[in-house]
Design a protein around this ligand. Structure first.
Ligand SMILES: [Ca+2]
Ligand SMILES: [Ca+2]
Length: 191
């Protein structure tokens, strides 16, 4: 997304406290997600509300882009919550800086990562939510305040600010692929 919008928008990640230190609250997620991929009864690669066989509260938690389906990137993201089991909350600014460097190594890219002070002073002035996103106009004022940094909502907000005529082409939808996700998980376990 950042590549498509290059030259039109400047993206910035603000790294604050960890959302899931030591995998808190995520112990059962990977096991649950193993079951979830078998919910796709019609085999179209998407899990609809009708196909969901668990409390709907969990469906809403998985359907990050709120399109009414759980797709493979959403499932993959949920799987990864279990990866934080070994990751403790940084206690000092040095530890937090090192965690941000680790983030950059694991998720390479060119979007700058800025690190908040240990009291999360900057983040808290914008929002107390765990993963919000903000679009700031050229006049330095916030145009869109999003409660969750979801890619579709950010894309839509940017299009509203910049105008459809100036916006880059939309990204082609990649078809979901459960087999790739399953293979990735197997490779992770074997490492
Ligand atoms: Ca389906
Ligand atoms: Ca979805």
């Amino acid at each position: 997304m950042a590549k498509r919008w290059q030259g039109k928008v400047q993206f910035l990640f603000l790294y604050k406290n960890e959302a899931h230190p030591l995998g808190r609250g995520s112990e059962n997620v990977p096991g649950f997600m193993e079951k979830v991929q078998h919910f796709d009864k019609d085999g179209d690669g998407l899990i609809s509300r009708n196909e969901w066989q668990a409390p709907m509260l969990y469906f809403d938690g998985c359907d990050w882009n709120e399109d009414g389906f759980v797709n493979s990137p959403e499932l993959a993201a949920m799987y990864r919550m279990g990866d934080f089991k070994e990751f403790a909350e940084p206690n000092t600014i040095e530890e937090r800086l090192e965690a941000a460097r680790l983030l950059r190594r694991e998720i390479p890219g060119t979007v700058p990562i800025v690190v908040d002070t240990m009291d999360n002073r900057t983040a808290e002035q914008y929002s107390k939510l765990p993963n919000p996103a903000f679009v700031i106009g050229q006049d330095q004022r916030i145009t869109h305040s999003l409660s969750w940094a979801e890619i579709g909502a950010i894309e839509q907000a940017l299009r509203e600010v910049i105008g459809e005529d100036n916006a880059p082409p939309r990204e082609a939808e990649t078809p979901p692929n459960w087999q790739t996700i399953a293979a990735t998980r197997c490779a992770d376990r074997q490492q």
